[in-house]
Design a protein around this ligand. Structure first.
Ligand code: ATP
Ligand code: MG
Length: 429
C-alpha cells in the first residue's frame, strides 16, 4: 500500500520503503514521518517477508525502514539477502528493544543505522534518514570510482602491452620488409621468360634440330646459354630459399614478442638452450642494415662460454633495442669513424651471472639522464617513443637479470650492460 504524506513546506521528495509486520507500529512510523519538516515522503508499506524481499531488491526507494521482527523470520535475514543481491538502498533497522547484539549484527551485515522504537522522535528520525542516505551515496560513489579505477588500470595495462608489442614488432618489421623486398626482386628479375623463348626456338626448328644446334649461328649458342641460365636460376632459388628461411625466423620472432609481451608480468618465459654469440648474431640480423649503411665498424669481444638456458626472445628484444639505440646515437654524432663493440663475458663480481655489453661512440648520455632514460615515454628523439629501454629493462628483470647504462657524458659514447643469470646446460655423455 502506498501513502503520500505532504508537508506544507516540503522541499525534498523521498520515496521510502517501510517493512513492518505490526499495523500499529506502521501507523506510528507513518505519523513520525509525517511530522518531519522539510521532507515529503512517499511510503510503500509492506508487511510480509516475501513482499519485502521482492520490493527491496528492486532498488526503487531512497531509503528503507526495516523492522527486526517479520513473522517467523527476522529483518537480519532480509538484510543479509539484500546485501548479497547488491541492494543499493540505505536500510535502517528498527527494533522494539535496545539490544546491542542486534545493533552490532545489523551494522555488520550492512545496515546504515539502527533505531529503537519508542526512543525516536521526528527530528531524530529525519537526521538518521539523512545521514543514512548520505553515507550510502558516498559508499556507492566510492564503489563506482573503484570500479572505474579498475577498468582504467586494466585498459592502461592493455595499452601498455599494445605499445610494447607495436614497438618491438615494428623493429622486426623493418627487416621483414627488407627480406620481402629482396625476395620479390630476386624472383621478378629471374630470366624465366628466356626459357620460353628457347623452347619456342627449338620448337620452330624441331624437324632439323641437329643442324640448327650445330650449324646455325643462333642455335650454336643455345647449349652454353642454357647452362648459364640454369646456373642463374639455381642461384636465385638458393638465395630465395635462404631469404624465406630468414623471413620465417623473423615472423616466428614476432609471434614470440607477442607471446612474451602478453605474459610479461609472469616470470619465466620459454627457456631455450642457446649460445650467446648466436643470439647476438641474430640480433644484428634483425637490426637491419643501418650499421653497414653508415659504415659503422662492429667489434665482437666474446669470452668462451658454454651453452646457456635463457628466454631467447626476450634477450633478442633487448639486444635489438640496444643495437638500434646505439646506431642512432652514432648517426646523430658527426665523427669520422664510429665503432660499436659487443662484449660477452662472465660477471666478475657475480659468478653465476653473465654480461652482454653494447658500447658505442655516439652522442653519449648526460649524467642526469642515466636513470631517466629507462622511464616509459622518456625520449630525446624527434620521432622516438621512449619505449625501447623501458620494455628492455622489464624484459631483463623478467629473465632474472638487469640492465643499466653508463656514459662519460655528452659526446663520449655510452655502454649498456645486460646482466643475465648463467644457467649452464648440462653436457650429455
Ligand atoms: N646508446 C645511446 N646513446 C645515447 N643515448 C641513448 C642511447 N640509448 C638510449 N639513449 C637515450 O635514451 C632515450 C630512451 O631510449 P628508448 O630506446 O627507450 O626510446 P627511443 O629510442 O627514444 O624511442 P623508441 O621507443 O622508438 O625506442 C633515447 O631517446 C636517448 O635519449
Ligand atoms: Mg629506442
Amino acid at each position: 500500500m502506498t501513502t503520500a504524506i505532504d508537508s506544507q513546506r516540503s522541499t525534498e521528495l523521498v520515496h521510502l520503503l517501510l517493512i513492518e509486520d505490526d499495523e500499529d507500529d506502521a501507523i506510528i512510523a507513518h505519523s513520525l514521518l509525517s511530522n518531519i519538516r522539510g521532507v515529503e515522503f512517499t511510503i510503500d508499506w509492506v508487511a510480509s517477508y516475501e513482499e519485502a524481499h521482492s520490493s527491496i531488491l528492486q532498488n526503487r526507494h531512497h531509503v528503507c525502514l526495516l523492522d527486526y521482527c517479520l513473522g517467523t523470520r527476522t529483518g537480519l535475514e532480509l538484510l543479509h539477502d539484500a546485501m548479497q543481491y547488491g541492494c543499493k538502498t540505505p536500510i535502517i533497522m528498527m527494533t522494539g528493544t535496545t539490544d546491542r547484539h542486534i545493533d552490532f549484527q545489523a551494522v555488520q551485515l550492512g545496515a546504515s543505522d539502527y533505531v529503537v522504537k519508542g526512543h525516536i522522535d521526528p527530528p531524530l528520525l529525519e537526521r538518521v534518514i539523512r545521514h543514512a542516505r548520505e553515507r550510502k551515496k558516498a559508499e556507492v560513489e566510492r564503489e563506482e570510482l573503484h570500479t572505474q579505477l579498475l577498468e582504467t588500470s586494466r585498459q592502461l595495462g592493455m595499452a601498455d602491452i599494445a605499445i610494447n608489442i607495436l614497438h618491438n614488432v615494428g623493429n622486426v618489421l623493418t627487416s621483414i620488409n627488407v627480406s620481402a623486398g629482396l625476395i620479390s626482386q630476386t624472383i621478378r628479375q629471374a630470366p624465366i621468360g628466356e626459357v620460353g623463348l628457347i623452347a619456342n626456338m627449338l620448337h620452330t626448328h624441331h624437324d632439323h634440330l641437329d643442324t640448327f644446334l650445330t650449324m646455325d649461328p643462333k642455335g650454336k649458342l643455345i647449349p652454353q646459354y642454357l647452362q648459364e641460365l640454369g646456373n642463374n636460376l639455381s642461384s636465385r632459388v638458393e638465395q630465395t630459399i635462404s631469404e624465406v628461411d630468414f623471413l620465417v625466423s623473423k615472423v616466428h620472432h614476432v609471434i614470440q614478442i607477442i607471446d612474451a609481451q602478453q605474459t610479461i608480468a609472469k616470470p619465466g618465459g620459454i627457456q631455450e638452450s642457446v649460445r650467446l654469440d648466436d643470439v647476438v648474431k641474430q640480433a644484428f640480423m634483425i637490426s637491419g642494415g643501418e650499421l653497414e649503411d653508415h659504415h659503422i665498424e662492429v667489434v665482437h669481444e666474446y669470452a668462451e662460454l658454454p651453452q646457456v638456458l635463457l628466454d631467447k626472445h626476450q634477450v633478442l628484444q633487448i639486444l635489438v633495442n640496444l643495437i638500434r639505440n646505439a646506431t642512432h646515437a652514432m648517426i646523430a654524432h658527426e665523427r669520422a669513424h664510429h665503432r660499436l663493440t659487443v662484449r660477452i663475458a662472465p660477471c666478475i663480481d657475480q659468478k653465476s651471472f653473465v654480461q652482454i655489453q653494447v658500447s658505442d661512440t655516439g652522442v653519449g648520455i648526460r649524467p642526469e639522464h642515466l636513470t631517466r632514460i629507462f622511464a616509459q615515454g622518456f625520449t630525446t628523439k624527434t620521432h622516438g617513443n621512449g619505449i625501447g629501454l623501458h620494455s628492455s629493462a622489464l624484459a631483463a628483470k623478467n629473465c632474472g637479470g638487469s640492465l643499466y647504462a653508463s656514459s662519460e657524458g655528452k659526446g663520449r659514447g655510452a655502454t649498456f650492460t645486460l646482466t643475465l643469470p648463467l644457467s649452464v646446460v648440462p653436457q650429455s655423455g
